[in-house]
Ligand binder design. Structure first.
Ligand code: NAD
Length: 473
């Protein structure tokens, strides 16, 4: 028995938490683990607790659950702290985006070169950065040997901030690299070697080979510019943007990297539609994001109905049918998600639980991790978080050698990491002249008055939301 204590901060982020608990149920060596569920939303927390217990019973697993509204209580004595919270929620993201748009900044002031992902705010998310630091400092005080696993965005800035400011044991995780599979399917290979490297939401396919050493890029390019009709706003791995970025930078962009390049693809809805495809123009257009939020809302409804059915004495498998019948508009993806959660042979593929198992039980596995660079990618600063492949066994990380072309380094990763450092300096110093300076370089800025007005309106809101997190128990 592992006798671990794992805390999930933002446990009401139901899909993510269900995946984590379902994975824990399927890992026999983590049997006996205590899971502490922490959130500021009592109702979401209670719903999730009911489901987590039922899921555990369904698998006949041995997990114990506690719920708390207190960060301090959640972190005390933890071995692993997983953070998936979104301070201020989607409401806050919408609010700051709307203010940006009011002053002429389409999709908000955080939408910048190499950073267009809609729930990845790095300039206005002082509440989220404050929460990251608060959690990390509590770990330092109350659980100094614990690992901090970062799921919440912005992962690049968050991992950099926490690692440089506190030095606690930390890894950031993202699932962007799954999209390598889309390329493998395209070229018709099942067994292949791959590697990605870069920064979060800015990773590049540095190796794509068959087992006998054939470079699969040669196969890939045969499909260049194949007509693309996205099935969802997130279906962009083979969009014209991906091929265009490949031509510009010399390597294939993977996962959310395709959402993050220059203004060329993001100027307005029409431009986005041209590059990411009709009808949405990608995940980060107003239409694509509306689609995503409606999916998230469907999931919140689904979880509520699920919890209600279980509280009324239904078993999970019956409750599943009750829920799916009640939400006919839930997409196939969500229906499959429920089926996978209940399938004893399938892990969710989130890296957090396998990582915990590798650390605790010395099970050697390969991960894609976000950690401070310290020489892993030559040419980038040491004190910035990079996303690279590593084998983990116990607390030992064996990082793979990385070789990135100069074009990717100089034209993509350096400007992106510079923006991350600038955003963090603004957050740490609260020097608004620096924020002005970032906006003065923004192609949407037409006058200094526009810059001052947008900052004047955003600043008190950013401070107020930061204070709420500072005062959180
Ligand atoms: P959400 O708003 O639906 O859920 C987040 C949860 O955090 C909510 O239950 C909320 O009550 C809780 N919360 C808010 N403030 C809190 C606080 N101060 N303390 C504790 N809990 C708090 O958001 P979501 O869509 O589930 O996204 C959550 C985060 O995960 C976002 O940052 C998102 O960008 C990120 N994300 C990461 C990945 C990845 O692979 N790394 C993938 C998807 C989403």
């Amino acid at each position: 028995m592992a006798n671990l204590r794992i805390s999930i901060i933002g446990a009401g982020s139901a899909v993510f938490s269900m995946r984590i608990v379902s994975d824990l149920c399927k890992m026999p060596k983590l049997s006996g683990t205590e899971v502490v569920l922490m959130d500021i939303d009592e109702e979401r927390l209670e719903n999730f607790l009911v489901l987590a217990r039922e899921l555990t019973e369904f698998f006949g697993a041995n997990l114990k659950f506690e719920k708390t509204l207190s960060l301090r209580k959640a972190i005390e004595g933890a071995d692993f702290v997983i953070n998936t919270a979104l301070a201020g929620g989607h409401e806050y993201l919408n609010k700051v985006r709307a203010i940006g748009e009011k002053y002429g900044y389409y999709r908000g002031i955080d939408a910048q070169n190499y950073n267009f992902v809609t729930d990845y705010l790095n300039l206005t998310n002082w509440n989220q950065m404050t929460l990251f630091l608060k959690i990390a400092n509590l770990i330092k005080e109350l659980a100094p040997n614990a690992w901090y696993l970062q799921a919440a965005n912005p992962v690049l800035e968050g991992t950099t901030l926490v690692s440089t400011e506190t030095g606690i044991k930390m890894v950031g995780f993202c699932h962007g690299h799954f999209s390598v599979e889309t390329l493998a399917e395209l070229v018709g290979v099942k067994d292949y070697e791959w590697q990605v490297a870069g920064v979060n939401h800015g990773i590049w396919l540095t190796k794509f080979e068959s087992r006998d050493g054939k470079n699969l890029y040669e196969e890939l390019v045969k499909y260049a510019d194949k007509p693309h009709k996205p099935s969802t706003p997130f279906d962009d791995q083979l969009s014209p943007v991906a091929w265009d970025m490949y031509r510009t930078y010399g390597l294939f962009p993977i996962g959310d990297t395709v959402r993050n390049s220059t203004w060329k693809y993001h100027r307005n809805l029409e431009t986005k539609k041209r590059w990411y495809g009709e009808p949405w123009g990608g995940a980060d257009s107003e239409l694509g994001w509306e689609w995503y939020v409606s999916q998230l809302n469907a999931v919140v409804n689904m979880i509520e109905l699920f919890a209600k059915a279980v509280k009324n004495g239904q078993k999970l498998t019956n409750a599943k049918d009750v829920v799916l019948n009640a939400i006919p508009h839930a997409s196939e993806e969500w229906k499959n998600l429920i089926a996978d959660l209940l399938d004893p042979s399938k892990l969710s593929r989130e890296q957090h639980v396998p990582f915990i198992d590798s650390v605790v039980n010395s099970e050697r596995r390969r991960f894609v991790v976000n950690v401070l660079n310290n020489g892993k990618i030559k040419g980038l600063d040491d004190d910035i978080a990079v996303e690279v492949c590593a084998y983990v066994e116990g607390e030992k990380f064996e990082f793979e050698e990385v070789s990135l072309p100069k074009r990717v380094l100089e034209w993509y990763l350096k400007p992106r990491t510079l923006l991350a450092k600038q955003a963090l300096e603004v957050f740490k110093t609260k020097n608004l002249k620096l924020l002005e300076d970032i906006l003065e370089r923004d192609p949407r800025t037409k006058s200094s008055e526009q810059v001052r007005k947008v900052i004047d309106e955003l600043y008190p809101i950013m401070l107020k939301e930061q204070k709420k997190v500072e005062e959180q128990e």
